[in-house]
Design a binder for this molecule. Structure first.
Ligand code: GAL
Length: 824
C-alpha cells in the first residue's frame, strides 16, 4: 500500500478502521517531530581534575533525558547554590548522542529542538558549533542539515551545559538537559518553528471567526507553488477548512493568514476545556509534503474593572496557585505524568489557575493546562538588568532578553489556557524610570506578537515604597511605582499586601487587578507542636520560631505561620472572595518546591510554602480551600490525636455543605459550632484525653459527614497504596505509591518517622522517594527514606515490557507490605 499520496489524516482514520499493516511507514510519514531522548552519553566534570573539555579518556554514562544531575547529588550546606538552591550541587556536564539518518532524509531539512537545558548550553553537531543559549527555561532549535551524514556514517550531537557558577537562582534550578529533545525532519517547504498563530477575534454561541497566521519557509533553490490547506477539527470531526495556492520564492519565507468560521463552537472553559486542532498541510503537485498541527481553543474573556475576570460571559474568580518547575523528588527532569499528577491534585482542591513562576514552563505543562482547564499566567522573567543572585540571568540580559521573551510568546501563544503574559516577577527596576522603559519594550514585543492577551507583571505592592506599613489603608490615590505607571501593563498585578486590595479601585481606577502572588504561609504536613502547655501551635518542622519582626507572627494557630510579607491562607482568600473587582489570585505556592526554605536555612533545603508537600501529600490548608472551592463534601479535622494527657489543644474543622459540626471525645459532646460571618473554620479548645475524636457535620439536622481521628498506638505496620496500579509499559509512566505507617489497628501513626526500605522486582525502576520533610537529607534517588508524620512516597517507573512488578516496603520492627504494579 502506498501511503505517500494520501492525506495523513485520512490515513490515520484508515489505520484506525482497518488494522494498519505498515505502522512504521505511517509513523515515518506523519511525524515531523520524534522524541530524541534515549541513549545519551553523559559526563559530569570533576571540577578539580577536569578542565571544561572532554577527551578520549572521558568516562561516559548512558542515560535517557530528560535528566537532572543535581538531584542525584548529596545535600550539603557547602554547595555554592546554598539552601536557596536546594543545597544540591551544580557543575559542568556534557551530553553526547550518536545517531544515523536514512539516505532518503538527505533531501529534507533536519533540526534538533531542546525544550529546555539548564543552563548556558552550547551545542555542536559533528564538530560544528551550532550556538549557545544562556537561558535555562526557554526552548531552542538548531538546524543540522548542512552538517549531517546520511546512510551508515554516524552523526554526533554534543552538548555542554555549564551550571558551575553558583548561585544563579533563588530556587532550585536543576542541571542538564532536563526537558525533552526532539528531532524534527521536514520537507524543504514547511511551516516554520512555532510558525502558526490561531486567533478567534469574534466568539458567540452561534459562531466563532477563526484566523490562522502561517509562516512558511521554502528552502528549495527554486520558487515553489503549493496549496496550503488548513483543516479544523473538533476531536475527530472536521468543522471547517480553508485552502489557497501560493508561490514562495527560493530560499525565502512567506506569511499568510487564512480565515474561516466555526459554527456553534464548543467553548473552552475551566469546567469543559474543549479543544480544537488546526491541521495545516502543504501540498506540491497533489502530494502532501508537510503537515503541522496546532491545538487551540475558542473562548472569549475580559478583565473588567467592576466584575473581575469574565470567561465566556461568566464571572470567574481566578483561584490560582504559583508553581515552580521542579517535581519534588524527581528534581527538574520533566515527566508528563508527574506534572499531570500535580495538576490533578490541584484540580481536586478546586484550583483553576496556574502561574508559571517565574519562567516559561515545560510545554507539557501548558498542554495539560489546556486539556484540564486551568487559567494560566505565563511568565518570562524573575530578573531583568539587575541581578538577584551573583551569576543569574542579569549577566545575559542585554544580549538575550528580546529573543527569550519573543520565543516564549511564539512558543506559547496558541495555548487556550493562557490568559495573560507576565513580563517579570518583583523586578527591582520597577521603581525607576529604567524599569518603565524596559517594561514598555517588553510590552511592545508582546503586543507585536500577541495582541489578544493582556500584559501584567508581578510587581511588589506598587503603592508601598518599602518603608511604610503595608497594613495602611489608603483613602487617597497613592503614587504608583514607575512600572505600574508606565503604560506597559494592561492589568495591575502585584504580590502580597492583601490589606491594600480593597483600595485597588481608588489607586488604579482605570486598570483591572490580579493578585499575582499571595500568602506565603509556612507549614509542614502533619506537624504541629504545642510548645509547653500553651495553646500556641508551631506547625513547622524546623521548629525554631521564626522571628519575622512581628511578635504575633512568631507562633500562630493552625492556619500556618505568617511571614511579614504574606498572610495566613484564610486572610488573603477572605479579601479576594469579598470583592468582585478582584479577578483572583495565585497563591504562593501549590506545592512545596526544592530550595528557598525561607525564612529558614540549613538544615532545611526545600520550601515550606506549599499547600501540598514535596511528596504530593496535602497539608491541612488544602481542605480549607477545597471546602470553599468545590462542591465535594469536606469535613476535615486537625490536628492528630496523639498528645500528652492534660495538654490544652485547639481542634479545628473545615467543612462545607453543612450548617454545623459537632465534636465528640470518646462519645462525649464538646459542643456544636457553626461558621459565622466570613469564618472559614470552626474551633474547639479543651484538654487532651486519648481516645477517639469524632466530628459530625449536619445540614437541616441530617448527618452530612462523619470523621474520626483516633489516638494511635506504637507504629506497627506498613501499608502501600498506589495512585494507579496499572500504568503504561512505555518506560516513562509512573505509579506514585503512598506508604502509611499505622499501629496494630490500622490507625495512622501521626508522629512515625521510621526509615522505610524499598525493593522492586525486575522490570521497573524506583525513580524517587520523598516524605515532605524539608529537613530530610536522604537522597530522593535512593531506595530508602524516613517517614514524616507517618507517610512516605515511592515512585515506580514502568519498563518497556508489559508485565508486573512487586514493590516491597520494609522497616525495622514494622510489618512489611507488598503491592503489585502492572505495566500494560
Ligand atoms: C516572593 C517571590 C517568590 C518567593 C516568595 C517567598 O516575594 O516572588 O519567588 O521568593 O516571595 O515568599
Amino acid at each position: 500500500m502506498n501511503f505517500r499520496n494520501l492525506n495523513p489524516l485520512y490515513l490515520l482514520l484508515l489505520c484506525s478502521l482497518v488494522s494498519c499493516q505498515d505502522e512504521q511507514e505511517k509513523a515515518a510519514f506523519e511525524e515531523r517531530k520524534i522524541a530524541f531522548n534515549s541513549e545519551w552519553q553523559f559526563h559530569l566534570n570533576d571540577s578539580v581534575q577536569d578542565t571544561d573539555t572532554i577527551s578520549e579518556n572521558t568516562n561516559w554514562r548512558t542515560l535517557n533525558v530528560p535528566h537532572d544531575w543535581s538531584i542525584e547529588g548529596d545535600f550539603s550546606p557547602e554547595h555554592p547554590a546554598g539552601t536557596g538552591g536546594g543545597a544540591l550541587p551544580g557543575g559542568l556536564g556534557w551530553y553526547k548522542k550518536s545517531f544515523t539518518l536514512e539516505e532518503k532524509d538527505s533531501t529534507k531539512v533536519t533540526s534538533v529542538m531542546f525544550d529546555g537545558v539548564y543552563h548556558n548550553s552550547e551545542v555542536w553537531i559533528n564538530g560544528n558549533y551550532l550556538g549557545k543559549r544562556p537561558n535555562g527555561y526557554m526552548g531552542f532549535q538548531y538546524e543540522l542539515t548542512p552538517y549531517l551524514n546520511y546512510g551508515e556514517t554516524e552523526n554526533e550531537l554534543l552538548v555542554k551545559v555549564d551550571n558551575s557558577k553558583q548561585p544563579n537562582s533563588r530556587w532550585y534550578s536543576g542541571s542538564g538537559i532536563y526537558r525533552n529533545v526532539w528531532l524534527i525532519t521536514t520537507d524543504k517547504l514547511h511551516v516554520t518553528k512555532w510558525g502558526t498563530f490561531v486567533t478567534t477575534p469574534e466568539v458567540s454561541k452561534d459562531s466563532a471567526s477563526v484566523n490562522i497566521e502561517l509562516k512558511i519557509a521554502n528552502a528549495y533553490p527554486k520558487s515553489k507553488t503549493a496549496i496550503i490547506r488548513t483543516t479544523f477539527f473538533q476531536a475527530a470531526n472536521e468543522v471547517a477548512s480553508v485552502s489557497e495556492k501560493i508561490k514562495i520564492e527560493a530560499n525565502s519565507e512567506e506569511k499568510i493568514t487564512q480565515r474561516t468560521s466555526i459554527k456553534n463552537p464548543k467553548l473552552w472553559s475551566v469546567e469543559e476545556p474543549q479543544l480544537y486542532t488546526a491541521v495545516t498541510e502543504i501540498s506540491i503537485d497533489g502530494e502532501v509534503v508537510d503537515q503541522y498541527k496546532t491545538p487551540f481553543g475558542i473562548r472569549s474573556f475580559e478583565f473588567d474593572l467592576e466584575e473581575g475576570f469574565i470567561l465566556n460571559g461568566k464571572q470567574t474568580k481566578i483561584k490560582g496557585v504559583c508553581l515552580h518547575h521542579d517535581l519534588g523528588p524527581l528534581g527538574a527532569a520533566i515527566n508528563t505524568r508527574a506534572i499531570e499528577r500535580q495538576l490533578e491534585i490541584m484540580k481536586e482542591m478546586g484550583v483553576n489557575g496556574i502561574r508559571t513562576a517565574h519562567n516559561p514552563p515545560a510545554p507539557e505543562l501548558l498542554d495539560l493546562c489546556d486539556k484540564m482547564g486551568f487559567i494560566v499566567q505565563d511568565e518570562s522573567f524573575d530578573i531583568w538588568e539587575q541581578g538577584k543572585t551573583e551569576y543569574d540571568y542579569s549577566n545575559h540580559w542585554d544580549e538575550w532578553y528580546e529573543l527569550d521573551h519573543r520565543d516564549m510568546l511564539l512558543r506559547d501563544r496558541n495555548h487556550p489556557s493562557i490568559f495573560m503574559w507576565s513580563i517579570g516577577n518583583e523586578i527591582p527596576e520597577q521603581w525607576s524610570e529604567r524599569g518603565a522603559e524596559l517594561g514598555r519594550k517588553l510590552a511592545n514585543i508582546t503586543r507585536n506578537i500577541d495582541s489578544t492577551r493582556p500584559i501584567t507583571a508581578a510587581m511588589n505592592p506598587p503603592i508601598h515604597t518599602g518603608d511604610e506599613d503595608v497594613t495602611l489603608q489608603f483613602d487617597e490615590p497613592q503614587q504608583p511605582n514607575a512600572l505600574a505607571g508606565s503604560g506597559a501593563l494592561d492589568i495591575i498585578g502585584y504580590n502580597y499586601a492583601h490589606q491594600t486590595y480593597p483600595k485597588h479601585q481608588v489607586n488604579f481606577p482605570n486598570t483591572p487587578f490580579i493578585a499575582t502572588e499571595t500568602t506565603s504561609a509556612l507549614a509542614t504536613r502533619g506537624y504541629y507542636e504545642f510548645p509547653s502547655d500553651t495553646i500556641k501551635v508551631w506547625p513547622v518542622r524546623w521548629d525554631i520560631p521564626f522571628d519575622g519582626g512581628n511578635p504575633d507572627n512568631t507562633i500562630s494557630a493552625f492556619d500556618q505561620v505568617r511571614t511579614p510579607w504574606g498572610s495566613t491562607h484564610e486572610e488573603t482568600w477572605k479579601v479576594i472572595k469579598k470583592h468582585d473587582f478582584l479577578s483572583g489570585f495565585y497563591i504562593w505556592t501549590g506545592f512545596d518546591y526544592l530550595g528557598e526554605p525561607t525564612p529558614y536555612t540549613w538544615p532545611s533545603r526545600s520550601s515550606y510554602f506549599g499547600i501540598v508537600d514535596l511528596a504530593g501529600f496535602p497539608k491541612d490548608s488544602y481542605y480549607m480551600y477545597k471546602s470553599e472551592w468545590t462542591n465535594e463534601y469536606v469535613l476535615h479535622i486537625l490536628p492528630h490525636w496523639n498528645w500528652e494527657e492534660g495538654q490544652t489543644v485547639d481542634i479545628w474543622a473545615y467543612y462545607n455543605n453543612a450548617d454545623e459540626v459537632e465534636l465528640f471525645v470518646n462519645g462525649e459532646s464538646k459542643g456544636i459550632k457553626r461558621k459565622e460571618g466570613d469564618d472559614l473554620h470552626v474551633m474547639w479548645r479543651f484538654p487532651y484525653k486519648p481516645g477517639t475524636l469524632k466530628a459530625i457535620s449536619r445540614k437541616d439536622g441530617n448527618i452530612v459527614l462523619e470523621k474520626e481521628i483516633k489516638t494511635a498506638g506504637e507504629p506497627a505496620k506498613l501499608n502501600l497504596e498506589a495512585d494507579r496500579k496499572t500504568i503504561k509499559a512505555d518506560g516513562q509512566d509512573l505509579s506514585f505509591i503512598t506508604v502509611t505507617i499505622t499501629d496494630e489497628d490500622g490507625t495512622l501513626a501521626p508522629r512515625a518517622d521510621n526509615l522505610v526500605h524499598f525493593e522492586l522486582s525486575k522490570g521497573g525502576k524506583i525513580v524517587g522517594v520523598a516524605s515532605g520533610d524539608p529537613t530530610n537529607h536522604e537522597s530522593f534517588k535512593g531506595t530508602k527514606h524516613s517517614a514524616l508524620s507517618g507517610k512516605v512516597l515511592v515512585i515506580v517507573q514502568s519498563g518497556k515490557d508489559a508485565g508486573s512488578v512487586e514493590l516491597t516496603a520494609t522497616s525495622e520492627g514494622l510489618e512489611a507490605a507488598t503491592t503489585t504494579i502492572n505495566f500494560e
